[in-house]
Design a protein around this ligand. Structure first.
Ligand code: ARG
Ligand code: ZN
Length: 876
C-alpha cells in the first residue's frame, strides 16, 4: 500500500481528550481508552469514524458509557470502524484492548525490556496499544492512569506532570499523570518497572524550578552523571540561543537496553537506548561522550521543534528532524570546537547521506510517497534536512534567521504544520523569495557544481565560471537548477585574504555567492594578483564540487585558510587523487606512490602547534575506504581500495615517523580523566600517531604497551583496534581480545565494542569470526544493539570482509535479514540498507549482491519494511 502526500486531508472527527488506563501485566495488559470526539465542522455527516490498529483485538466498546451494538462497528486487527455517530455533539468512546508486551519483539508499541515496561510510538506504534486516530495532526491533552503490581513496578511513569499515586488494591498500586500540552499519539510514553534514578533540578529563565530525573537500571546511577550534565547544558542553551523555555514541572529520561533507534522525544519522558545515556571513563570512549551530549540535546530540543510544533503528516518528518539535528549540531559546536564539529558532520554526511542520495534509496528531504514510514527515518531526512536548515541560516544571516525562528514558534505553537509553513516564516521576516531554494526539500540527489577560474591581470578581475547539475534519482529524471549558497574566499599567493571591491554576475554578500542558474559567471573586481580560491567554505552547501586546483594552491589553503573546515577540505582534496590512484594501481598490480605535496602538507598540519589537536587528528584520519569507493564511483574492488589506502598510510607513516613519535610522547592527558573536548582532542591526536607508528614500526609492541597502560576506554579501544586490525594473527592481539573480554564480560555495551572491533577486521576471514561470535553467549539475537554491533558493523563497516569476492558475505546477510525480519522488521530493514551501493561494485561482486538481494525479495513472508527496502534497492 502506497501513501501519497497529495492524498492528505484532515480527519472527519476532532479528538478533544484522551484518558487512558493501563492495567499492567507482562502478557495481558488491559488498556481502556476513553476518547472524546466531535464531528469536524463541514465534515460529511454520515462519515464513519475509522481508527487505526495494528495486531489488535477489540475486547470492549462503549458509546457514552453504554455498550455498542455489534452492528454499529467493525473491528479488524488493523482498524476499528464505527458508524452512525452524532452529527455535531461530542461523544465518548471507551475502547478496551488486551495486549501482550512480553511477546512484542518488534519493539513498537508497549513492550518489555529487561523486566521493564516501555513504549515506542513514533511513527505508528500507538496503534499497537489501542485503536486510535494514529496520525500526527490529531492533538489532544492526555490523562494516564497506570495500575500495576506494586513490588514489580515501584516506578510508573508517563507524560506530563505527576497527579498522584497510591496503593490500589491487594499488592497493586496506581500512578496518574496529566499532560496539558495537546500532543499527537506518537509522543505518548509509558514506562514501568524497578529502576534506579538520578535527580537534579533546573531553574528556567523565568525562574521556574524543573525536576530532572534520569532512570537507569539499579547500580548504573553513577553512569548517568554525564547525561544529566548534558541535559542541563541543553536546557540553558535553548533558552539563550533560541529563547525556548521548558514547559512542565518535570523532565524525565529513561535508559532502556532494547531500543530500535537512538532515542525518542516523548513529551516530558524521553526514552533512550542506554548506549546514549550511560558513560564513565572505564567504559565510554570520547566518541560515546560526544554522542550522549548530542542525543540528549537532540531529544530535549524536540520539546519545541517537534512537540510544541509538530508535523501535519509523516511526509513532513524533516520539519522536526532536520531542524532538530541542526539545533543539536549548533549546540555541540558551541560546547566543543566549531570547526572540528563541522568536519565531523561533513565526514558523516558524505559517508552516509551522499551514498544514499546517489543510490537506489535516494529520496527527497521531503518525500511525496512512501510504503513504510519507518524506512524514512533516514540520513537524508535527518542530516541533509539539517543542512537545508543551515543553508536558510546562511542565506538570511544570523539575525534574520533568529527572527524567522521566533516567528515560526509564535505562529505555529500548538499546531501540526508543513515544510511550507516553516519556509514561509523565513520568507516573511526576510522578504526573500525562497521558492527556488525550496527545491532542496523536493529534489533528491547531490548537486554537482563544477567551477573554473580565470584571472585577468590587466582588468584586475577574477572570473569564476560555475555550473550545476543535479543527477537523476529514482522517480525524478528532470531536475531544475537549485539555489546554492557558496561561501567563497580569495587569497593572495602569500596567504593574505583578498577582498573584491564588487562582484558581478551573481548575488554576493557576506562572502556568500548565490548560484541560481545552471551556468553562471561571477566576476570579482579589484583583485590585484592571481587569487587562490576557496569554495564552499564550512560546507555552506551539501554538494559535490569539481574544481581543479593545483597541489600548490591546495597546500596554500591548507596552511592559510582562516576557515579551518576549509583547511581540512584542502588537505582532503590533496589526499584524494593519491588515494584514488593508489586503488587503481593496487588493482592493476602497480606500485603505489603517495604524492609528495600531499604527504608534506599532511605532516605539516600534523606538526603545526598552532592548530588544535582535534583538528590535526581529523586531518590525519584519511578518507575512509567507503569514501574512496564513493569517489571512484563504479567498478569498485574493495580489496584494491583497501590495499591502496594501506600503502598510502604506510608511506605517510614512514615519512612522518619522527613527527608521530613526538606527538605520541607529547599529547598525553595527565591527571584525572576528563571527557572535555580539549582532552578528547589530545587523545585523538595521540591515538592517531599511535596508528601511524604501528605502520612505521610494523610490530605490535607499541600498541600492546598502550593497551596495557590505558586508563580510559578511548585509549584502550584504539590500542585494541590496532592490535586486532593490523596484527590479527599475533599472540598480542589474541591476548588483548581475551583480556578485554574477561574484564568487561557482563557489561553489554562494552562487549558490543568487542564484537564490533572483531567484525571490522579486514580480510576474507572476517565472516568466520562473525559467525563464531554469534555463538558467544553474550550475543543476543533479540537485542538491537547486539545485532547492530556485530551484524550491522560487519555489513556497514567491513568492505573487504563483507564484500569478499566469493559473495559469502552477501549471502550471510541475506540469511540474517530473513531471520531478524521474523522478530524485528525495522531492525532488519535498517541493516539491509548496507546493500545500497551494490551497483557500484565490480561486476562479479555486483552479481553476487544482486542474487542475495533477489533471494530476500523472493522469500515467502517478508515484512513491509524489508520488502520496501529490498525492492527499491534492486530496482533503483
Ligand atoms: N524521533 C526520534 C528521534 O529522532 C526517532 C524515532 C524513530 N523511531 C522509529 N521507530 N522510526 O530522536
Ligand atoms: Zn529527532
Amino acid at each position: 500500500q502506497v501513501i501519497n502526500l497529495a492524498d492528505y486531508r484532515p480527519t472527519d472527527f476532532v479528538l478533544e481528550r484522551v484518558d487512558l488506563t493501563f492495567e499492567l501485566d507482562p502478557t495481558a495488559t488491559k488498556v481502556d481508552a476513553r476518547l472524546i470526539f466531535h464531528r469536524r465542522k463541514g465534515a460529511d455527516p454520515k462519515a464513519p469514524l475509522v481508527l487505526d490498529g495494528d495486531e489488535l483485538a477489540l475486547s470492549g466498546l462503549l458509546f457514552d458509557q453504554t455498550e455498542m451494538k455489534a452492528s454499529q462497528y467493525t473491528a479488524t486487527p488493523d482498524s476499528l470502524t464505527i458508524r452512525n455517530l452524532p452529527k455535531s455533539k461530542p461523544f465518548e468512546l471507551t475502547i478496551t484492548t488486551i495486549i501482550n508486551p512480553e511477546a512484542n519483539t518488534k519493539l513498537m508499541g508497549l513492550y518489555r525490556t529487561n523486566g521493564v515496561y516501555c513504549t515506542q510510538c513514533e511513527a505508528e506504534g500507538f496503534r499497537r496499544i489501542t485503536y486510535f486516530p494514529d496520525r500526527p495532526d490529531v492533538l489532544a491533552p492526555y490523562t494516564i492512569t497506570i495500575i500495576g503490581d506494586k513490588a514489580a513496578n515501584p516506578v510508573m511513569l508517563s507524560n506530563g506532570n505527576f497527579l498522584g499515586g497510591a496503593g490500589y488494591d491487594e499488592g497493586r498500586a496506581f500512578a496518574a499523570w496529566f499532560d496539558p500540552h495537546p500532543k499527537p499519539s506518537y509522543l505518548f510514553a509509558l514506562v514501568a518497572g524497578d529502576l534506579g534514578v538520578v535527580e537534579d533540578t533546573f531553574v528556567t529563565m523565568s525562574e521556574r524550578e524543573v525536576t530532572l530525573k534520569i532512570y537507569v537500571e539499579h547500580g548504573k546511577e553513577a553512569r548517568a552523571a554525564y547525561a544529566m550534565d548534558a541535559l542541563k547544558r541543553s536546557m540553558k542553551w535553548d533558552e539563550e540561543r533560541f529563547g525556548r523555555e521548558y514547559d512542565l514541572d518535570i523532565f524525565m529520561i529513561v535508559a532502556v537496553s532494547d531500543f530500535n533507534m537512538g532515542a525518542m522525544e516523548n513529551k516530558g519522558l524521553n526514552v533512550f537506548n542506554d548506549k546514549y545515556v550511560l558513560a564513565d571513563p572505564e567504559t565510554a570512549t570520547d566518541q560515546d561522550y560526544a554522542n550522549i551530549e548530542a542525543i540528549i540535546a537532540h531529544e530535549y530540543f524536540h520539546n519545541w521543534t517537534g512537540n510544541r510544533i509538530t508535523c501535519r503528516d509523516w511526509f513532513q518528518l524533516c520539519l522536526k528532524e532536520g531542524l532538530t539535528v541542526y539545533r543539536d549540531h549548533e549546540f555541540s559546536a558551541d560546547m566543543r570546537s566549531r570547526p572540528v564539529k563541522r568536519i565531523a558532520e561533513v565526514r558523516h554526511l558524505k559517508s552516509e547521506q551522499f551514498p544514499e542520495d546517489g543510490g537506489p534509496l535516494a529520496h527527497p528531504v521531503r518525500p511525496t510517497t512512501y510504503r513504510e514510514i519507518n524506512n524514512f527515518y533516514t540520513t537524508t531526512v535527518y542530516e541533509k534536512g539539517s543542512e537545508v536548515t543551515r543553508m536558510i541560516a546562511t542565506l538570511l544571516g544570523k539575525d534574520l534567521f533568529k527572527k524567522g525562528m521566533d516567528l515560526y514558534f509564535d505562529r505555529h505553537d500548538g499546531q501540526a504544520v508543513t515544510i511550507e509553513d516553516f519556509v514561509k516564516s523565513f520568507e516573511d521576516v526576510s522578504g526573500r523569495d525562497l521558492t527556488q531554494f525550496s527545491l532542496w526539500y523536493h529534489q533528491a540527489g547531490t548537486p554537482l557544481v563544477t567551477a573554473a577560474g580565470a584571472y585577468d591581470a590587466a582588468a584586475k578581475s577574477f572570473t569564476l565560471a560555475l555550473e550545476q547539475m543535479v543527477p537523476a534519482t529514482p522517480g525524478q529524471t528532470d531536475k531544475k537548477p537549485m539555489h546554492i549558497p557558496l561561501s567563497i574566499a580569495l587569497f593572495a599567493e602569500d596567504g593574505t585574504p583578498l577582498e573584491p571591491s564588487s562582484v558581478d554576475g551573481a548575488e554576493y554578500g557576506d562572502n556568500v555567492l548565490h548560484l541560481t542558474e545552471r551556468s553562471q559567471k561571477a566576476t570579482f573586481k579589484g583583485i590585484g594578483s592571481r587569487p587562490i580560491v576557496s569554495i564552499n567554505r564550512s560546507f555552506s552547501a551539501p554538494i559535490n564540487l569539481h574544481f581543479d586546483q593545483s597541489p600548490a594552491d591546495l597546500a596554500l589553503l591548507a596552511r592559510h585558510e582562516t576557515d579551518h573546515f576549509a583547511r581540512w577540505q584542502a588537505l582532503t582534496d590533496l589526499a584524494l587523487p593519491t588515494l584514488l590512484a593508489a586503488a587503481r594501481d593496487a588493482r592493476d598490480g602497480k606500485p603505489v606512490v603517495a604524492s609528495k605535496d600531499f604527504v608534506e602538507a599532511l605532516l605539516a598540519a600534523a606538526a603545526d602547534e598552532t592548530l588544535e589537536p582535534a583538528f590535526r587528528a581529523q586531518a590525519l584520519a584519511l578518507p575512509s575506504e567507503s569514501d574512496i569507493a564513493r569517489e571512484l564511483g563504479g567498478n569498485n574492488d574493495p580489496d584494491a581500495i583497501h590495499a591502496g589506502r594501506s600503502a598510502v598510510l604506510q608511506q605517510v607513516a614512514d615519512a612522518g615517523k619522527s613527527v608521530f613519535a613526538s606527538l605520541y610522547d607529547s599529547m598525553t592527558t595527565p591527571g584525572d580523566f576528563s571527557p572535555d573536548a580539549r582532552s578528547a582532542g589530545r587523545r585523538a591526536l595521540r591515538n592517531s600517531a599511535l596508528t601511524y607508528l604501528s605502520y612505521a614500526e610494523n610490530v605490535p609492541d607499541r600498541a600492546k604497551a598502550a593497551f596495557d597502560a590505558a586508563n580510559n576506554m578511548t585509549d584502550l579501544m584504539q590500542a585494541l583496534t590496532i592490535l586486532a586490525h593490523r596484527f590479527p594473527d599475533s599472540s598480542e592481539a589474541a591476548a588483548a581480545l581475551s583480556t578485554f573480554h574477561d574484564r568487561f564480560a557482563g557489561n553489554a555495551l562494552v562487549i558490543d565494542k568487542w564484537f564490533s572491533v572483531q567484525a571490522t577486521i579486514p580480510g576474507t576471514k572476517a565472516l568466520e569470526r562473525v559467525l563464531k561470535l554469534m555463538d558467544n553467549p553474550q550475543f543476543k539475537r533479540s537485542n538491537p544493539n547486539r545485532v547492530r554491533a556485530l551484524v550491522g558493523t560487519f555489513a556497514f563497516g567491513n568492505p573487504t570482509g563483507f564484500g569478499r569476492a566469493d559473495g559469502e558475505g552477501y549471502r550471510f546477510l541475506a540469511r540474517e535479514i530473513l531471520d531478524i525480519d521474523t522478530r524485528n522488521p525495522q531492525l532488519a530493514a535498517r541493516i539491509l540498507t548496507s546493500m545500497r551501493s551494490w551497483r557500484s561494485l565490480e561486476p562479479a561482486r555486483a552479481e553476487h549482491a544482486r542474487k542475495a538481494l533477489t533471494a530476500i525479495a523472493k522469500a515467502p513472508a517478508l515484512s513491509t519494511d524489508v520488502r520496501d527496502i529490498v525492492e527499491r534497492t534492486l530496482k533503483g
